[in-house]
Design a protein around this ligand. Structure first.
Ligand code: DGY
Length: 376
């Protein structure tokens, strides 16, 4: 039995309903689960069920994890439910995709037919979208797990994937996965795939994932902090090597090449926002070079020192010092990350889409090459 689960919260109802309807329309899909609470979504479900002849279930997310209740609880509610019901294949799709189509499901099912345990969808994104992926998650995976599959995974934060029964059973029984109730859940699914030695296929959606983009970078602060925390906590230990294959890259839609992922003008004032006492105290105790960089940012909004090398230093220090809930570190990490995003935008994204993407990929290579965990 193949099930599509769509976790949702505060999303545009018509997009959620349309995605439920599309999922129900695929002949390999037996059931569709809408995980979340929204009366308008629930009201639209019987019509989709009647038209498609499929079982469409809405159920609220349970409190299963121990971090902030969020996306992880919704995904893991579906995961645990699937593990109890002997589901063969569980697909997840984010509820906000505006160009969801049968080809996503088809691509994942075909790769699973070839025996891949986990299929992740990858897709082109605007060069200034995915700034947590490119500046936090991928660098930390490269620094911590050089030479493994982890730094090569295209979109380690993607919420669009298929789990075979063996993967979903293993994840449902892995406390590190189930406890991650917040934005950290996607990183845990990615890490667990490699840690458990599952064969992974990356299915490429050439049209890109279309979704609402962001205002100023504070829209992403909670996600940044939780995604940093989960990646920082992963401890290097040997991870299994399994089959990893991916679709070849395809040409990038031209409208996406010109799109901005966030509002830079609204973000600039955040760089110089007054630090609270906790943040100021941490800045005062940073190593000299970093302290100067942080002060330049706070005092005059000067972000030029935050190149890939200096940002690597920030990550290395924060991995040791950062604690979730420590307001000073949360604010400082957000400020420095915002400075790094603006630095990259001004110095690289403005030089064209392909230059920007090649540059980002080269920074991940650099972090991997310079990793102290690298062997050989
Ligand atoms: C990411 O960085 O991938 C997040 O989705 C924000 O864009």
């Amino acid at each position: 039995m193949s099930v599509v689960a769509i976790p949702f919260k505060d999303e545009d109802t018509s997009t959620v309903l349309s995605n439920l309807e599309i999922a129900a329309g695929h002949d390999r899909v037996d059931e569709v689960w809408a995980v979340g609470t929204d009366k308008t979504v629930s009201a639209g479900v019987p019509g989709i069920a009647a038209a498609s002849g499929k079982r469409i279930v809405t159920f609220p997310d349970r409190r299963v994890g121990r971090f902030r209740p969020g996306k992880g609880d919704a995904m893991n509610t579906a995961l645990l439910h699937a593990a109890d019901r002997s589901v063969d294949r569980l697909h997840f799709y984010d509820a906000d995709i505006t160009n969801f189509g049968l080809d996503w499901i088809e691509g994942a099912e075909k790769a699973a037919d070839q025996g891949f345990d986990v299929v992740r969808h990858t897709f082109p994104r605007a060069s200034t979208d995915a700034m947590i992926t490119w500046l936090v998650t991928k660098p930390l995976l490269a620094m911590k797990f050089p030479g493994t599959t982890l730094p090569q995974i295209g979109q380690p934060l993607g919420g669009e994937l298929l789990l075979s029964s063996s993967a979903l059973q293993a994840f449902a029984n892995d406390p590190a996965v189930v406890q991650r109730s917040d934005w950290g859940v996607d990183t845990m699914y990615t890490y667990a795939t490699v840690e458990h030695g599952f064969d992974l296929y990356e299915h490429h959606v050439a049209d890109g994932k279309r979704h609402a983009l962001y205002g100023d970078l504070s829209d992403l602060k909670t996600m940044l902090i939780e995604c940093f925390d989960v990646a920082a906590l992963l401890r290097p230990h040997p991870v299994a090597h399994a089959r990893h294959a991916a679709d070849p890259p395809a040409s990038i839609p031209s409208d996406l090449q010109g799109q901005s992922g966030y509002d830079i003008d609204a973000t600039l004032p955040l760089l110089t926002a007054d630090p609270g006492l906790e943040e100021a105290g941490i800045i005062a105790n940073l190593p000299d070079g970093l302290m100067t960089t942080a002060r330049q940012l706070v005092d005059s909004g000067d972000f030029q020192a935050l190149d890939a090398g200096r940002w690597g230093e920030v990550l290395r220090i924060a991995v040791e010092a950062f604690r979730l809930g420590d307001k000073g570190w949360e604010d400082l990490l957000f400020r420095l990350w915002s400075g790094r995003v603006v630095n990259y935008t001004v110095n690289h994204a403005t030089k064209g889409y392909h230059h920007a993407m090649d540059y980002l990929a080269s920074t991940i290579d650099l972090y991997e090459q310079n990793s102290p965990n690298r062997t050989g």
